[in-house]
Design a protein around this ligand. Structure first.
Ligand SMILES: Nc1ncnc2c1ncn2[C@@H]1O[C@H](COP(=O)(O)OP(=O)(O)O)[C@@H](O)[C@H]1O
Ligand SMILES: [Mg+2]
Length: 254
């Protein structure tokens, strides 16, 4: 198995705050990889830097061998790397399907291209997009929500729809920032199972930021990174990391 993502000596400071401080890590292709650590330790910042939303101070991030540092978010998305935000980014006054058919954020010019195409061609493209959206909803078993306004969805449903939305760009790898945050505990398990099934069906690599240890310490998770103060302080398969009492006590407060 090869590494799909290789990060070397990455730095990102916000003034005096060392959000990412000489961080290096490798993510195996087709793995379900978790990144855990206390609040404020730089997990979301790492996803922001990988996805090009924030510029790194220095370091290297290679995705399938391509250097991501210096690329724009839409260029990174086109390479097959998609991410969700800790707070879902859905348009509340649009339906689920409409949200999915919008071009991803930061992607300018997609609509402009349509001006140069015939109406028939545009209709054809819209039909293709709709079919694709419905297929993805089928895959996640939420087709019944397709024409619901997203403002009417629960926290857990919104997380699934956000996932459906980022699958529209045919990603190879997903970065999911706290997909179970704000989801009622009974549904967390279901949501996690869906993410796991989807990953296998679509042959994806998935990296999940998670603060709940119990969600992560399970057989479906291939590898765990423990982060603190902008660095990786422990890593291994869930059983190894869980056995490491120091890690759990010092960094996770359990
Ligand atoms: N855009 C930003 N500007 C300034 N400081 C930030 C910004 N984003 C995050 N930080 C700071 O960087 C640190 C890491 O934050 P974050 O990556 O959100 O942590 P986590 O996701 O692990 O909770 C925190 O101290 C946070 O306040
Ligand atoms: Mg965060």
């Amino acid at each position: 198995m090869s590494n799909i993502l290789e990060i070397k000596n990455l730095y990102k400071y916000f003034g005096g705050i060392r959000a990412i401080d000489n961080l290096s890590m490798q993510v195996r292709e087709n793995s379900l990889t978790a990144l855990i650590g206390p609040n404020g330790c730089g997990k979301s910042t790492l996803f922001n830097v990988i996805s090009g939303v924030l510029k790194a101070d220095s370091g290297s991030i290679k995705f399938n061998g391509t250097e991501l540092i210096g690329l724009q978010p839409n260029e990174i998305n086109h390479l097959g790397l998609s991410r969700t935000f800790q707070d879902t980014k859905l348009f509340q006054n649009l339906t689920v399907v409409e949200n999915m058919m919008l071009p991803p954020k930061h992607q300018k010019g997609e609509k402009l291209i349509n001006i140069f195409k015939s109406k028939e061609k545009v209709d054809e493209m819209e039909t293709e997009l709709l079919d694709k959206a419905l297929d993805i909803l089928d895959l996640l078993e939420i087709r019944h929500m397709g024409y619901e306004y997203t403002k009417n969805l629960s926290g857990g449903q919104s997380k699934l729809v956000d996932l459906a939305r980022i699958l529209m760009s045919d990603p190879k790898m997903l970065l999911l920032d706290e997909p179970t945050a704000g989801v009622n505990p009974a549904l967390t398990e279901k949501l996690f199972q869906k993410i796991f099934e989807m990953k296998n069906k679509l042959n994806l690599t998935v990296m999940i930021i998670e603060h709940d240890m119990d969600v992560i310490m399970r057989d479906e998770v291939d590898y765990v990174f423990v982060s603190n103060l902008g660095n990786i302080v422990a890593q291994g398969i869930p059983k190894e990391v869980q056995k490491n009492k120091d890690v759990i006590e010092a960094y996770l407060g359990k």
